[in-house]
Design a protein around this ligand. Structure first.
Ligand code: GDP
Ligand code: IMO
Ligand code: MG
Length: 422
């Protein structure tokens, strides 16, 4: 069986931390979609690590780490990630395996991303500009380059043809994008050589075998359900299926082999980039969440937009993914709020609704809140469920009742040890 760990909001829920916490119970950690748009933070022994492409199980000796076919890899960023790990004495060659079917992000994909965003002006997606959209476009357009192509002598010819086409496309956007492709290519070629030092595998075969041998596998999601290409707040989404089904296509796991579906959410909500966010706050409360929660993007450093928990959106994500257990992150950030609000319905076109409408724009939706008592206690030193303050227990009980799924972990700080099991 393969368990899934998925973000249920707009990303940055704390997936990296929890995968790291859970890795001791697994033999394999596998990423199945997204690319270096992700920034997954892990903290232990006083050191903070940010991973973009490499699965968050990499610091544990017991687990293999797989980059699945659904992931898009930028060799340049990947090389930087590997360089950052150098000093930690990890046996990367034997602990990290890359799917031959994963697609490559080329320097021109990044340029195309920038050109597309510039051309969109105010309507821009707020992309991380890592070339994610253009790379998945080439994948579905059947023009992409895959990791396995690097094993053939003619890969540079293939690259050249695609890059030439991309340059023509950049011209089509008619925007002022400055770049020196020769310089970018030099860095890219060097990074490709580094990537080629790693072990490429037919990851679906590897996964079949691992399952047959009874290995315990955890699939690590990137982004969150509301950024899903089909079910997110389109067009303000990413270009992959971030939801449970993405793990099937992104790793070659059959739907009937999925076991637990672990859904992870923050005790409030954040979003980075453009797009609708019904419970977004523009007041002191939002400012406090951002400051106390240190809400800055792990990949781009951009300030994250903050707001109250949106149960309408969270219920939707629980349904789409078939979540079997929940993990609530960053409960510590809400300590000190006199009252805590939870959005339980929207006012939309004069009516009260409890689903996400097709035309979801923050301007035409008003959240309807249930207000609960806050707690003042600092949670960050707590280690047991019995220590949690009554008002937080009430908050948790309310969410469990509304979502009809148990909350099994409450996270009270960024470090591995600041994790409470219930
Ligand atoms: P991911 O993309 O889902 O892995 O999440 P990110 O790493 O982008 O963002 C989560 C941020 O919150 C990181 O800076 C984490 O170190 C931090 N974090 C995770 N869990 C907690 C928590 O329970 N409390 C606090 N205060 N910070 C947390
Ligand atoms: P993790 O895995 C938060 C957002 C971007 C933008 C939109 C499209 O760390 O949770 P893209 O670069 O994919 O073209 O951007 O999606 N986005 C994320 N937001 N966390 C992420 O990943 C994200 N990956 C992409 O900000 O709004
Ligand atoms: Mg992140």
């Amino acid at each position: 069986m393969v368990d899934l760990l998925l973000g249920l909001q707009w990303g940055d829920e704390g997936k990296g931390k929890i995968v790291d916490v859970l890795t001791k119970d697994y033999d394999i950690i596998a990423r199945f979609q997204g690319g270096p748009n992700a920034g997954h933070t892990l903290e232990f022994d006083g050191i903070k690590h940010v991973l973009h492409t490499i699965p968050s199980g990499i610091f544990h000796k017991n687990a293999m780490n797989i980059v699945g076919n659904g992931v898009v890899i930028d060799p340049v960023i990947f090389k930087k990630e590997l360089d950052n790990l150098d000093k930690f004495n990890i046996d990367i060659i034997s602990k990290l395996l890359i799917s031959r079917k994963a697609h490559l992000i080329l320097p021109t994909h990044r340029l195309l991303d920038a050109a597309s965003e510039t051309a969109k002006g105010k309507a821009k997606i707020g992309s991380t500009l890592k070339g994610i959209g253009p790379t998945y476009m080439d994948k579905t357009g059947r023009n992409g380059m895959r990791v396995g192509d690097l094993e053939f002598d003619n890969w540079k010819t293939k690259y050249r043809n695609l890059a030439n086409k991309h340059e023509a496309m950049i011209g089509f956007y008619n925007v002022d994008i400055q770049y020196d492709l020769a310089e970018l290519e030099e860095v890219f070629y060097e990074a490709v050589e580094k990537l080629k030092e790693l072990t490429f595998i037919d990851s679906e075969e590897y996964m079949f075998k691992a399952q047959a041998e009874g290995k315990k596998i955890l699939a690590e999601g990137a982004q969150g359900s509301l950024l899903d290409i089909d079910f997110g707040t389109y067009p303000y989404v990413t270009s992959s299926n971030t939801t449970a089904a993405g793990a099937c296509t992104g790793l070659g796991v059959a739907p009937n082999k999925i076991g637990r579906v672990l859904g992870i959410f923050k005790a409030y909500t954040t979003r980075v980039g453009s797009g609708p966010f019904p419970t977004e706050l523009f007041d002191n409360d939002g400012e406090t969440m951002g400051r106390v929660g240190n809400e800055f993007g792990a990949t781009t450093g951009r300030a994250r937009r903050c707001g109250w928990l949106d149960l309408v959106a969270l219920k939707y994500a629980v349904q789409i993914n078939g979540v079997t257990e929940l993990m609530m992150m960053k409960a510590d950030v809400l300590s000190g709020f006199k009252n805590i609000k939870v959005c339980t319905a929207y006012k939309y076109k004069g009516e009260e609704i409890q689903h996400l409408p097709y035309n979801i724009e923050s301007e035409n939706i008003a959240p309807i809140y249930t207000e609960m008592k806050g707690w003042a206690k600092d949670l960050t030193k707590m280690t047991k469920a019995e220590e949690l303050p009554p008002a937080l227990n009430d908050y948790i009980a309310f969410l469990e009742e509304q979502l009809n799924v148990p909350i099994k972990i409450v996270s009270v700080g960024p470090d591995r040890v600041q994790t409470i099991n219930r």
